[in-house]
Structure formats: structure tokens, C-alpha cells
Design a protein around this ligand. Structure first.
Ligand SMILES: Cc1cc2nc3c(=O)[nH]c(=O)nc-3n(C[C@H](O)[C@H](O)[C@H](O)COP(=O)(O)O)c2cc1C
Length: 208
């Protein structure tokens, strides 16, 4: 199966945006308009979700709270082995440099709803609906990333803070939430691109 070129992705705006999106870890010292943040959150909220439970919460973080989050992550990095410490420090720097950060937490609503609805064993039901919550929120995060790209904003999906998720959720005043993602949003410090993706041939199996 053939890999599409960037030119071929340009056949419509959505495909062009998908092709253009890439992670940005360092941001220019330039504010993001509140109306753009509202647009990103609305795009996220349009995502599909299991049983339409929309079991996600978005926390917009700026100013002092953003500094506190970056400091927490940098301080806790010293407690981890090298690779995770490097990733945590890098995440802290991304958060510091971005003018705004959006955290995503799962609410657990789908887990509660599903347990009652399906009346299956509690352990199975927790795993099933927890997975579905993560999948639903992942769709919302991807909507957010693509919406950002479509209006020339840059993002990175940060997951490494899972290592200190309880402290992060506490700081975000969401102690009962489940950590999903932290997404710094801003304008890139310099132009960038995605790392090379595997050829589609390697990820596809066709069955007739
Ligand atoms: C679930 C998830 C977690 C991620 N966590 C991190 C992270 O903690 N730190 C980071 O720098 N990038 C993180 N990334 C971004 C990936 O490194 C990035 O998407 C990948 O290298 C492909 O690059 P691209 O986004 O430019 O296509 C994460 C991405 C996903 C989907």
C-alpha cells in the first residue's frame, strides 16, 4: 500500500491538518487568544465518547498555577531514574515556555454508568469502562491537537506526568480524576516537523 505524500494530503483541509500536526516542545513568548482556547475546548468536546458519557474534564492552566505545575514536575524529576527524569524535566520546560496549558482528566462517570448499565462483575466492568474512558478522552485530545494545528497553534501531548499523577491531580484540584494528558499550547519557538512514521505497509494487514 502506497504512502501518501504531503501534496496528496493537501486534497482537503482536514487531511492537510492531519499531515501538518506535529509535537512542539518549546514555545515562543507569545500569548494565545482566549477565543482560540475556547475553540480548542469546543473541538475537544465534539469527540465521540463511549455511551456519549463525555467523561472528560479540561483544566486550563495559566500564570501562577502553570509555574507551580512546572516546578512540581521539575522537583519530582530528581526522584526518578535517568530516562524518566529527563522526560519529566523536558515536560516541565515545555509547560514553562507555553503561555497556556490544558490538562485532561477522566471523571469516572462512564465507569459508574457502565457498572449499573451492564450489571457485570465489578472488576471486569471497571477495566472495561476505564479503558473506554481513556479511549474517549484520547479522541478528545486528538481533536484538540488537530484544531490547534488548524489555527496555526502548536501542542504536545505530555503523558510522562503519569509517574506523579496523584500530585499533579491534587495541584489541579481534581483529586478524584484520572490523569489523561497535559497539553501545552502556544506558538512554536521555531518551525518543526514530526519524526518519520513507519510505512503504512508495515501496519496494515488486508483480509479478503
Ligand atoms: C499518549 C502519549 C503520551 C505522550 N507523552 C509524551 C511525553 O511525556 N513527553 C513528550 O515529549 N512527548 C510525549 N508524547 C508525544 C510523542 O512523543 C509524539 O507524538 C511522537 O514522538 C510522534 O511525534 P509527532 O507528535 O510530532 O508526530 C506523547 C504522545 C502520546 C500520544
Amino acid at each position: 500500500m502506497k504512502n501518501l505524500s504531503s501534496e496528496e494530503f493537501q486534497q482537503n483541509e482536514t487531511l492537510g491538518t492531519i499531515d501538518k500536526r506535529h509535537s512542539t516542545r518549546f514555545f515562543a513568548n507569545k500569548e494565545v487568544d482566549d477565543k482560540d482556547i475556547i475553540l480548542l475546548l469546543n473541538a475537544a468536546n465534539k469527540a465521540p465518547s463511549a455511551h456519549n458519557q463525555q467523561s472528560w474534564k479540561f483544566i486550563v492552566i495559566k500564570d501562577q498555577k502553570k509555574k507551580d505545575l512546572a516546578a512540581l514536575i521539575a522537583n519530582r524529576a530528581t526522584d526518578f531514574p535517568r530516562t524518566s527524569a529527563v522526560l519529566l524535566r523536558m515536560a516541565s520546560r515545555s509547560i514553562s515556555s507555553a503561555p497556556v496549558v490544558i490538562a485532561v482528566a477522566n471523571t469516572g462517570e462512564l465507569i459508574d454508568h457502565g457498572r449499573d448499565l451492564f450489571q457485570i462483575d465489578e472488576v471486569d466492568s471497571d477495566l472495561f469502562f476505564r479503558t473506554m474512558e481513556i479511549q474517549s478522552s484520547s479522541a478528545a485530545v486528538q481533536n484538540l491537537l488537530l484544531a490547534a494545528t488548524s489555527i496555526e497553534l502548536s501542542t504536545v501531548w505530555l503523558g510522562v506526568m503519569y509517574l506523579i499523577k496523584d500530585e499533579v491531580l491534587e495541584l489541579l484540584e481534581e483529586p478524584k480524576g484520572e490523569f489523561m494528558a497535559i497539553v501545552p499550547v502556544g506558538y512554536p519557538e521555531k518551525p518543526g516537523s514530526s519524526p518519520k512514521k513507519r510505512p503504512v505497509d508495515l501496519i496494515i494487514k488486508q483480509l479478503n
